[in-house]
Design a protein around this ligand. Structure first.
Ligand SMILES: *Cc1c(COP(=O)(O)O)cnc(C)c1O
Length: 366
């Protein structure tokens, strides 16, 4: 019996390496609250991601909530965003007491359609929250031009874009802030974890306060913060995984290229267009199942599943169409986003996915 192949598998460092690395914690008993490893990981990730400033968080979602919260927007203000994303993006806006204004996306790469943003701007608009979906980067220049013209903040959800560089700069350098997720299922993980990256140094203190209850000193709580600190076991996992991340990327790249080589000529399978000035995160292998394909997206999903292959319909349904938002946005013209949500399928991709596994998936697709 062959084992099932899931859409991803968490990266882990060699067991001995992690065990050795956590030993000092038994001497210091310092397990969290911005310890030594928290500081070290912030430094190493600043370098790896090529960003001037970075604040570690307990997960990607809280990174986004805090990044939005630190801007101090008025209650009920409007934030232009994409519905073609993980639910976290939309929740982070709503949980900040803000109103998501959904903008359609581009069929070519799944990112927000920058030409449709301006029409959605009102006197209540305060920010744009775009997503570098699957690591496909948004049109950061056009978005910045719009933001400058209307004095809006830009906060990127870069959860899929770990290690992506655009025009020789870390992708986390664009906009006012970007957030990354280091969840177990992402390219790089700290078990659970995340970070906010930004250029303005004053945001560091704001985020520090927000992630630590707003505590300023022993007797003073100066703000209404949350608890979103990364603990030392996670930080050490992050330090260990960071040592291997290039190796992991290389293996993922190999698997990615193998899929591409074998699927590129298949009638009815389409791929996203890559920006030639950005490198890939190799986070996902999304395919778009067009009408000319021999079966529908849902049929291919079932077909793979019957053979023990667990692909994912990322991102279907759109976040705007989810039950929690109670049909509020069903009538919006999000034709490209709806179209892609019906056709998208993410195939398994991880560094230890064996050649036989990939071959099997390819043979089921062609
Ligand atoms: C994973 C993910 C998040 C949330 O990150 P967590 O670390 O799981 O909280 C946010 N946005 C997108 C696009 C994601 O894929």
């Amino acid at each position: 019996m062959q084992e099932n192949i899931l859409v991803t598998q968490s990266s882990m460092p060699p067991y001995e390496e992690y065990i050795e690395a956590i030993k000092p914690l038994w001497d210091t008993h310092w397990l969290t609250n911005m310890g030594q490893y928290h500081g070290q990981l912030e430094k190493e990730l600043r370098e790896y991601l090529d960003v001037p400033e970075l604040s570690l968080m307990v997960n990607g979602h809280m990174s986004l909530e805090m990044a939005i919260q630190m801007m101090g927007f008025p209650e009920g203000a409007e934030v232009i965003t994409t519905p073609f994303t993980f639910i976290s993006t939309t929740h982070a806006i709503v949980r900040n007491g803000l109103k998501p204004i959904f903008c359609d996306i581009k069929l070519s790469d799944g990112t927000i359609d920058e030409t449709k943003i301006e029409d959605l701007i009102t006197e209540h608009t305060v920010a744009i929250v775009p997503v570098h979906v699957y690591g496909n980067i948004c049109n950061v220049e056009a978005i910045q031009r719009i933001a400058d013209k209307y004095d809006l903040r830009v906060i990127y959800d870069a959860a899929h874009a770990f290690g992506v560089k655009y025009k020789e700069k870390g992708i986390g350098c664009y906009g006012d802030a970007s957030i990354f997720s280091f969840h177990a299922t992402k390219v790089y993980n700290t078990i659970e974890g995340g970070a906010v990256t930004f250029s303005e140094h004053r945001y560091y203190e704001k985020l520090y306060n927000l992630k630590n209850f707003g505590i300023r000193n022993e007797n003073l709580v100066a703000g209404v913060g949350a608890n979103a600190k990364m603990n030392e076991f996670s930080a050490i996992m992050g330090l260990c995984n960071l040592k291997h991340v290039e190796e992991v990327r290389e293996k993922r790249r190999h698997n990615y290229d193998c899929y591409m080589e074998n699927l590129k000529e298949v009638k009815g399978i389409r791929f996203f267009k890559k920006n030639p000035e950005a490198n890939s995160s190799y986070a996902y292998f999304p395919v778009i199942i067009e009408d000319e394909y021999k079966m529908s997206r849902n049929e291919l999903y079932d077909h793979l599943r019957q053979h023990g292959i667990y692909s994912r319909k990322y991102f279907y349904p759109l976040t705007s169409d989810q039950a929690c938002y109670k049909n509020k946005y069903k009538k919006l013209d999000l034709r490209n986003a709806r179209n892609l949500a019906e056709k998208i399928l993410v195939l398994p991709l991880y560094e230890n996915l064996e050649k036989e596994g990939i071959k099997k998936i390819i043979s089921l697709c062609i």
